[in-house]
Ligand binder design. Structure first.
Ligand SMILES: Cc1ncc(C[n+]2csc(CCOP(=O)(O)OP(=O)(O)O)c2C)c(N)n1
Ligand SMILES: [Mg+2]
Length: 273
């Protein structure tokens, strides 16, 4: 898919995410809008995957460590053909497989259960180590939140990944500078994130997390350094694409009312590609 196709797909995923959260009356729309350009690039450009064979043994693995944004993952998996789009209206309904956090047993394409922050990277380190032990060349990608990096488990995993020289592991940090109910700078800013990972022995790069071309380049095998894991700090904006949500703490898990839903639709439909 070319860049225009990727941008258009990201726009469609944003619209479907908005609709799914609105219909469910719950979700984490801010962090979903901030991650959708990254998810689109992964699933429609970077990942070596087969939607018709979700457990293809040599597939690349993706771990959504910021599991509260599960809805964006479900919409991406549905758009890519892992699950039926007709399932999306069941998000958060009783007995649905589409729960508030992703479950690998219930949803094809989900690699591991997430939700408790700080677990995705440790699990991904284990996956990347498994690929090395099997001498297979599939890659592992993790997307975590910036607030999530306040969990100490991430830093233990970061040390292990460098020690094991996991150059098949790429961590993408969704650096939207907001967490639940606060700005990072008012709690624990973690700055400078890239320098911290570099000090832990990682190769690092910093990009605009809404520029599909930058995301694709940063995730390309050709830009990955040998014998080191990679950390991509993606500068994003929470609520990206919807003016009244953008960079607003309250849109972490607020749900649009009818008027707001219609305005958001209009803005996303009219966005330049
Ligand atoms: C261990 C743990 N503590 C608290 C929560 C509740 N929680 C869900 S999302 C969130 C904020 C996450 O912020 P960030 O990682 O920056 O995510 P984003 O801004 O991308 O939504 C919190 C505290 C959780 N899911 N897990
Ligand atoms: Mg954040």
């Amino acid at each position: 898919m070319d860049l225009k196709g990727l941008r258009d797909t990201a726009r469609k995923i944003r619209l479907l995410d908005l609709e799914t959260v609105y219909n469910a009356g719950a979700g984490h729309i801010g962090g979903e809008m901030s991650a959708i350009d990254i998810l689109t690039t992964l699933y429609f450009h970077t990942l070596n995957i087969k939607p018709e064979q979700p457990d293809y043994p040599l597939r690349d693995r993706f771990v959504l460590s910021k599991g509260h944004t599960a809805c964006a993952l479900y919409v991406t998996l549905a758009t890519r053909g892992f699950i039926d789009q007709a399932l999306l209206p069941s998000f958060l309904q009783p007995n649905s497989t589409l729960n508030g956090h992703p479950n690998r047993v219930k949803v094809p394409g989900v690699e591991t259960n997430t939700g408790p922050l700080g677990h995705g990277l440790p699990v991904a380190v284990g996956m990347a180590k498994a690929a090395k032990l099997s001498t297979e060349d599939w890659r592992v990608f993790v997307l975590c939140g910036d607030g999530e990096l306040q969990e100490g488990s991430n830093w233990e995993a970061a040390m292990a990944a460098a020690q094991f020289k996991l150059d098949n592991l790429t961590l993408i940090v969704d650096h939207n500078r907001l967490q639940q109910g606060a700005r990072l700078e008012d709690t624990n800013s973690l700055a400078p994130i890239a320098d911290k990972f570099a000090a832990f022995g990682w190769s690092t790069t910093e990009i605009d997390g809404h520029n599909i071309e930058d995301i694709a380049n940063a995730l390309d095998t050709k830009t990955v350094s040998k014998h080191q894991p990679t950390c991509v700090v993606a500068n994003t904006s929470k609520g990206c694409g919807i003016s009244f949500m953008q960079d607003r703490v309250e849109w972490h898990h607020k749900v649009p009312n009818k008027e707001q839903y219609e305005q958001a639709r209009k803005e996303l439909e009219g966005a330049a590609i």
